[in-house]
Design a protein around this ligand. Structure first.
Ligand SMILES: Cc1cc2nc3c(=O)[nH]c(=O)nc-3n(C[C@H](O)[C@H](O)[C@H](O)COP(=O)(O)O)c2cc1C
Length: 364
């Protein structure tokens, strides 16, 4: 069975969120660098799609490291760096890797061939419209139509300390029409996501992903030192689930009609169903599933079994025709943004226009 979300072909409605499974494969069987250890207990090709870590044109250490080979002696230093980029907090995680990645060219050289069995969404990020256009062109060059499900544009990450809204409109205007693949825009709960979603619809994106992480801060209670190297970080996990649900529901309340891929604190079937009720078309597993305090990774085989059952349940699940609180057309008051788009752009793609509010193929 294939789900067609406005041109994005998914194997089912359960995806994995950007970065949690690194580039979709590990370099060796022993060291699962960048890939959650739980991933080895789940056949990743069973997911609707697997989303890569955000890739940039050039490799970036970000607030972490690009070193992949660590001797046993260097291990404490690796753990120290790790602790400065990712911290378990309250009911979730605080991270600031800052787009630490090997760069798009190396991804295609080293991982693209090895992950051909997966349905892939490639996440990309850049700091100017120029860069984003080049990223799209590079994906076009390396991936034939059908070889990947979509490109996801990450213009909503706190950890690179960049005002994405200043380049978003130009980036979408220039890059989306060039793409041979459907483009997804990942929106931020800390910005005006209705505005971002309107831009996505206006400039031809196929869908949005909602939400990216929420900006946060934790300080060591004894010293006042920030836990993370970047001081601020990005909160994910259970703590942000109500925020994710709110964003999805508010987009639907505002009349947004493109498919929404939802994430934020999703762990089990009830979480997925809640997001579908709020108006999501697909859901995505992130840190509540793939990140655990170290000793709990020993329970990986059990967690793997649970995830495989969750995939099967989602495969059989038919999402609600329309969420009960979704009131299309009830457009929310527009908010001031650096570069507002006309009120028009809740564009209904042809596939939706001909089939009511939801694509018929989606509801199969
Ligand atoms: C350690 C970590 C790294 C992340 N890196 C990225 C990234 O590279 N690109 C991106 O778009 N989102 C990134 N995210 C955000 C997740 O894809 C997801 O949107 C977010 O964590 C919310 O979902 P969750 O609460 O289920 O984790 C990252 C999240 C975590 C926890």
């Amino acid at each position: 069975m294939t789900i067609d979300l406005n041109g994005i072909q998914l194997r089912n409605r359960l995806l994995t969120s950007a970065s949690l499974l690194g580039y979709g494969a590990s370099k060796s069987r022993l060291i699962l660098y960048g890939l959650s250890p739980i991933a080895q207990w789940v056949p990743l090709e069973r997911f609707g799609a697997v989303t890569t870590r955000t890739l940039t044109l050039e490799p970036r250490a970000g607030h972490f490291t690009l070193q992949e080979d660590w001797s046993l002696r260097e291990f404490p230093e690796l753990l120290r760096l790790y602790g400065k980029a990712l911290h378990k907090v309250d009911a979730g995680w605080l991270n600031a890797f800052g787009w630490s990645n090997i760069g798009l060219a190396r991804y295609f050289d080293e991982y693209f061939g090895r992950t051909a069995g997966l349905n892939r969404i490639i996440s990309v990020g850049g700091f100017s419209a120029d860069e984003i256009e080049q990223l799209i062109e590079s994906v076009n060059e390396h991936a034939k139509p059908g070889e990947i499900a979509a490109v996801e544009l990450n213009a909503s990450c706190h950890n690179v300390n960049f005002p994405f809204n200043t380049i978003l409109e130009e980036a979408l205007r220039r890059a989306v029409p060039k793409s041979r693949h459907p483009v997804i825009l990942k929106v931020s709960p800390d910005e005006d996501y209705r505005w971002q979603a309107r831009l996505a619809a206006s400039y031809g994106c196929a869908a949005v992903t909602a939400i990216n992480t929420v900006k946060g801060l934790r300080l060591h209670p004894d010293t006042g030192e920030p836990y993370l190297r970047n001081r601020y970080g990005a909160i994910s996990g259970r703590a942000i689930k109500p925020i994710g649900l709110r964003v999805v529901a508010e987009l639907r309340d505002a009349g947004f009609r493109l498919p929404i891929i939802a994430n934020g604190g999703i762990r089990d079937f009830d979480d997925c169903r809640e997001y579908f009720w709020a108006g999501a078309d697909a859901v995505s597993l992130g840190s509540s599933v793939w990140l655990q305090p170290m000793p709990l990774y020993a329970l990986g085989p059990l967690e793997g079994l649970r995830i495989r059952r969750l995939i099967s349940r989602i495969e059989r699940f038919a999402p609600p025709e329309r969420a009960p609180h979704w009131t299309p057309g009830a457009e929310a008051a527009p908010s001031a943004q650096p570069s507002p788009v006309p009120a028009e752009p809740m564009i209904v793609p042809p596939v939706l226009a001909s089939a009511g509010d939801v694509p018929s193929a989606d509801r199969a």
